[in-house]
Design a protein around this ligand. Structure first.
Ligand SMILES: Cc1cc2nc3c(=O)[nH]c(=O)nc-3n(C[C@H](O)[C@H](O)[C@H](O)COP(=O)(O)OP(=O)(O)OC[C@H]3O[C@@H](n4cnc5c(N)ncnc54)[C@H](O)[C@@H]3O)c2cc1C
Length: 478
């Protein structure tokens, strides 16, 4: 059955939800296709059950890289820690190795400020009070102080946190300001239609604009939507994959589709602190950040984890062991030894965008990462600083092996695979996120961010979406 809409948006995370609210507000008939299910506070489970986690998360694993994303109406916002930082202005001035500015010239200090303000208001972003900072982050701040570095409270999109410690499985108390509490209901109130469990398979140009072919994952049926404009917001892994699958139905795509994958310098380290009771799984997931190393290309943040992360540490540290990692005496030892005294430390920094998303001969998504000198330098420095901080209160730094010995990365902040640029030689979309040579086809999500940000990216993705939505609405009126 063929349906007609002004706009079809593919994906409902920070890019898709914002565009959905704005386009429907401007009275454009809007359809949002989302492959994941709808969840709310009554459906979220405070559990570490892998079956549940597999339903709401989508994991991608490739050569030397693992990526975790959300797979639900509201995308990553249901699972994120809600740390909401503006991108420091020096980021917009970054250049590549040939001296070319990575961001289009309209992006500079201040150019996103009014859009940041809109998103911060909508998501109730505020800096935490010290009394709201969880114990583990207090310990992180104490360790920074002992090592001689400043550390401050994070800005988060959380209101009256219940401190239950389950931010990463969905907030059962609606305190975390996920997109299902703001932009998504706004879009629906304005008349946008959201089809959950529907996966876009192809985007094709036609005489009216575009045709989107999608599969209803429940019934298995294929459907088509005809629309004047398409906004692809499927995230930094799936958006380039969809573009590559649709290549023969579109005009002249840039060679950059799928390239320049940044892990946003993510590293997940842990401090083993025998003298502290970190209560690592209690309270909001994150509470503190130190910018003391910004000139070296990274920030460090305290990070909470569910106890299951002890198994992850075990799995990463003893990767080549033959026995299973999730039970047995070894697991017991890790839980006992590390559970209570474990402090998560997140590194976010300016890596070399060394990854790629591509398709194999059967159109399956593949990823690869090859650690460049630039990435290695930043990671090595960050590990040295984190070690200094942890050791300043008698601790030991763990989980450095994957990055330093094996050149692997794990990220929840993939960026850059359909990057924006001034022209098609350097990127996939223009400064308004319109795909070069394909009018009214837009990509709006983490994939268009042309450089690592060095801070958590959701606020910037949403601010870019606010800005671009204004442009798309204006284009409809011409
Ligand atoms: C555990 C965790 C913690 C995080 N914490 C933070 C944090 O504290 N602060 C921060 O700034 N960021 C955080 N992030 C990252 C943040 O969630 C992402 O940067 C952000 O969600 C990316 O937005 P997006 O619009 O690019 O894509 P997403 O939010 O990933 O949305 C893409 C959506 O598209 C859907 N989709 C994909 N393919 C298709 C298709 N073919 N058809 C239909 N639908 C499709 C997906 O199911 C998904 O819902 C965290 C992420 C995780 C996983």
């Amino acid at each position: 059955m063929l349906e007609f809409f002004d706009v079809c948006i593919i994906g409902s995370g920070f890019g898709g939800a914002v565009c959905g609210a704005k386009l429907s507000e401007a009275k454009k008939t809007t359809l949002i296709l989302e492959q994941g299910k709808r969840w709310d506070k009554n459906a979220f489970q405070q559990t570490q059950d892998v079956k549940y986690l597999k339903e709401i998360y989508e994991e991608f694993e490739g050569e030397n890289i693992k990526i975790s994303t959300g797979r639900c109406v509201g995308g990553g916002s249901l699972l994120y820690s809600a740390s909401s930082l503006r991108t420091p202005s020096s980021i917009f001035e970054q250049k590549d190795k040939d001296g070319r500015r990575l961001w289009p010239s309209i992006y500079n200090k201040g150019s996103l400020n009014s859009y940041y303000m809109r998103v911060e208001k909508k998501l109730n972003v505020k800096q935490l009070l010290w009394s709201e900072v969880p114990k583990k982050d207090g310990i992180f701040a104490k360790a920074c102080n002992a090592a001689g570095y400043t550390c401050d409270r994070l800005r988060t999109a959380i209101v009256n946190c219940r401190n239950c410690g389950f931010c990463h499985t969905g907030c059962k108390f609606d305190r975390k300001q996920s997109l299902i509490l703001n932009y998504i209901p706004d879009a629906e109130k304005n008349g946008a239609r959201i089809k959950e469990g529907c996966k876009a398979l192809l985007v094709k140009r036609n005489e009216k604009g575009y045709l989107v072919v999608y599969k209803d994952l429940k019934s298995g049926l294929l459907n088509e939507v005809s629309c004047k404009a398409v906004i692809i917001s499927a995230g930094a892994v799936q958006s380039p994959a969809l573009m590559l699958k649709s290549k023969k139905f579109l005009n002249n795509l840039s060679d950059h589709v799928g390239k320049n994958l940044s892990a946003n310098g993510d590293m997940f380290l842990a401090g083993y602190l025998p003298n502290e009771d970190c209560e690592v799984y209690k309270g909001k997931a994150q509470g503190c950040v130190t910018y003391a190393f910004w000139e070296e290309g990274f920030v460090l943040q305290g990070m909470g984890t569910l106890p299951i992360s002890a198994t992850v540490i075990n799995r990463i540290r003893f990767k080549n062991a033959k026995r299973p990692f999730y039970w047995g005496i070894e697991m017991k030892r890790v839980m006992k030894e590390y559970g209570k005294h474990l402090l998560g430390i997140a590194v976010i920094g300016l890596d070399g965008s060394d990854g790629r998303v591509f398709l194999d001969e059967n159109d399956n998504i593949r990823l690869s990462w090859s650690m460049s000198e630039k990435s290695r330098k930043v990671f090595d420095k960050a590990i040295a600083r984190a070690k200094e901080i942890v050791e300043s209160i008698g601790g030991e730094l763990l989980i450095t092996e994957p990055y330093q010995e094996r050149g692997e990365v794990v990220t929840v902040h993939p960026l850059g695979t359909c990057r924006m640029a001034e022209n098609i030689t350097d990127g996939v979309v223009d400064a308004n996120c319109q795909v070069f040579d394909n009018p009214n086809l837009y990509i709006v999500d983490g994939s268009v961010i042309p450089s690592p940000l060095g801070v958590n990216p959701s606020l910037t993705i949403a601010a870019v979406a606010e800005k671009v939505s204004d442009y798309i609405v204006q284009k409809f009126q011409e």
